[in-house]
Design a protein around this ligand. Structure first.
Ligand code: SAH
Ligand code: SF4
Ligand code: F3S
Length: 466
């Protein structure tokens, strides 16, 4: 069995021991932490691990950022905007640190894995106590102990990446949660920084994943989302276990009612997986399948490994095989060299594919990626204008396509309740559509049958069925 990517036990032990040394003192002083997380679900899940490790060090969760004794920024660098926000928000803490010198400030996550950016930040903000990269996550208690002892700590290593099993996790949800099945990415889409900051693709052993899902089921979780930058290329157990196989195994875990996964790369979406989705009763009728562009010329320059025709073919196959499936996607506008004609290919693909949600972005050049070095960078004004046109089209299509849900019946996992006026419970249908219906907090965590009674551009409203 392929286990060579595992962080050695003795390394993990160093963290556990550092946490133990810190625990009693920190707990007795009632110290609190606050984590500000940016970026994708992978980062959110890392934040849950960081919170778990902080609790093992004796810290408690603060309700207010500015009251915490330790503030940790878990950063993202996928687009420029994310980076600027981090620099701004850290800079704003200087005054607080002057007033409260014992405040600890740490910065970690993808942006810190870019060593030059991390060093710039460490220099620019001398009041930051601790900086570490994505590959150092499991060492957090060790690094924190050094910082608490007064050593300004900087730890960013350039390795391909390892897997740390068994870290403590403090989960945000009570009924729905995420389980990482693989780390890193090998696809090197020409615009994307992720492979540089998350390391090479590496899959967890299926036994570790299933063990985690089983204990989550015992803790009362009903819905699991399997996470990875590209779950379709999951290869566990020395290549023995495909993602489709893993999904079928997860489908057997008692107590779990629903399974989702993200993200899927179109080039690796196999017939085996489509069949598994159709056959496994707990796998929800939704797939997030980022298309990025509708133009073959641009897809090639993006190094995506599929054509428009292949993508639309997959959409059809998914719809033919999986009853009621809804698709969501990611789209980039203004990629270098994108002409008006390329962009109109994106618009026409959006019309043809009929997505139930599209996350749309202006291309943002990322240092070190090949697209950032391409000529024909597109003017910001053009990017903005294309983004607005794309969003307008998607909103218009959505309004129309939502109408088809009227009178439909489905099951909602109740995830919250809005009590401002009439109590309204809400949660997602199998197809990832959010539904609001009259109901109160007693429904939290329950699976409820509903019928859709009203549709709006962004939301569906319904009534509970007995
Ligand atoms: N692994 C996932 C998600 C990666 S990041 C996938 O392959 O789908 C999430 C989204 O951010 C991407 O799908 C892409 O649409 C967008 N994105 C990534 N890099 C970008 C960049 N440089 N500029 C603009 N958008 C980008
Ligand atoms: Fe980035 Fe492409 Fe990997 Fe997704 S598949 S993380 S877009 S390189
Ligand atoms: Fe951002 Fe890192 Fe996720 S760059 S999108 S937080 S993998």
């Amino acid at each position: 069995m392929q286990r060579h990517n595992l962080v050695p036990q003795e390394e993990l032990l160093k963290s556990t021991q550092a946490a133990k040394r810190l625990h009693d003192d920190i707990l007795s002083r009632g110290l609190t932490f606050y984590i500000e997380s940016y970026g994708c679900q992978m980062n959110d899940h890392d934040a849950e691990k960081l919170a778990g490790m902080l609790q093992s060090c004796g810290y408690q969760k603060a309700t207010e950022k500015f009251e915490a004794d330790l503030i940790l920024f878990n950063t993202c660098c996928v687009r420029e905007h994310a980076e600027l926000r981090v620099f701004g928000n850290i800079g704003a803490l200087k005054k607080l640190k002057d007033e409260k010198p014992q405040l600890m400030i740490g910065v970690c996550g993808c942006m810190m894995q870019q060593e030059d950016v991390a060093q710039k930040l460490f220099k620019r903000f001398p009041f930051v106590d601790l900086v570490f990269g994505t590959h150092e996550l499991y060492r957090f208690p060790v690094l924190l102990e050094a910082a608490l002892n007064g050593e300004r700590t900087f730890s960013v290593t350039q390795i391909d990446g390892e897997i740390a099993e068994g870290l403590p996790v403090e989960r945000n949800g009570r009924f729905q949660t995420n389980v990482t099945i693989m780390y890193g990415c090998d696809n090197f889409c020409s615009y994307c920084i992720v492979p540089y900051v998350r390391g090479r693709e590496r899959s967890r052993a299926s036994s570790d994943i299933l063990g985690e899902i089983e204990s989550l089921a015992q803790a009362g979780f009903k819905e699991i989302t399997l996470l990875g930058q590209n779950v379709n290329s999951y290869r566990g157990d020395g290549g023995e276990t495909s993602f489709a196989k893993l999904l079928c195994m997860a489908n057997e875990v008692k107590g779990i009612e629903r399974l989702r996964f993200m993200t899927s790369h179109p080039k690796d979406l196999s017939m085996e997986l489509i069949h598994a989705m159709a056959e496994c009763s707990k796998v929800c009728s939704h797939i997030h399948l980022p298309v990025q562009s509708g133009s073959d010329r641009i897809l090639k320059r993006m190094n995506r490994g599929y054509t428009r025709e292949k993508y639309l073919g997959l959409v059809n196959t998914l719809r033919e095989n999986i009853k009621g499936i809804e698709l969501t996607t990611d789209i980039i506008v203004g990629f270098p060299g994108e002409t008006e004609e390329d962009f109109s290919d994106t618009l026409s693909l959006v019309r043809e594919a009929n997505f139930s949600a599209a996350y749309t972005f202006m291309y943002s050049p990322r240092n070190g990626t090949s697209a950032a070095r391409m000529e024909e960078q597109i003017d910001k004004v053009v990017k903005k204008e294309r983004l607005a046109r794309l969003n307008e089209l998607q909103a218009e299509l959505l309004k129309k396509s939502n109408e088809k849900f009227l009178c439909m019946e489905g099951t909602v996992l109740v995830e919250g309740c809005d009590t401002r006026a009439v109590p309204m419970a809400y949660g997602k249908l199998e197809n990832f559509k959010m539904v609001y219906f009259p109901g109160d907090e007693t429904l939290l965590g329950q699976l409820k049958r509903v019928r859709i009674t009203k549709t709006q551009s962004n939301s569906l409203f319904g009534e509970a069925l007995e």
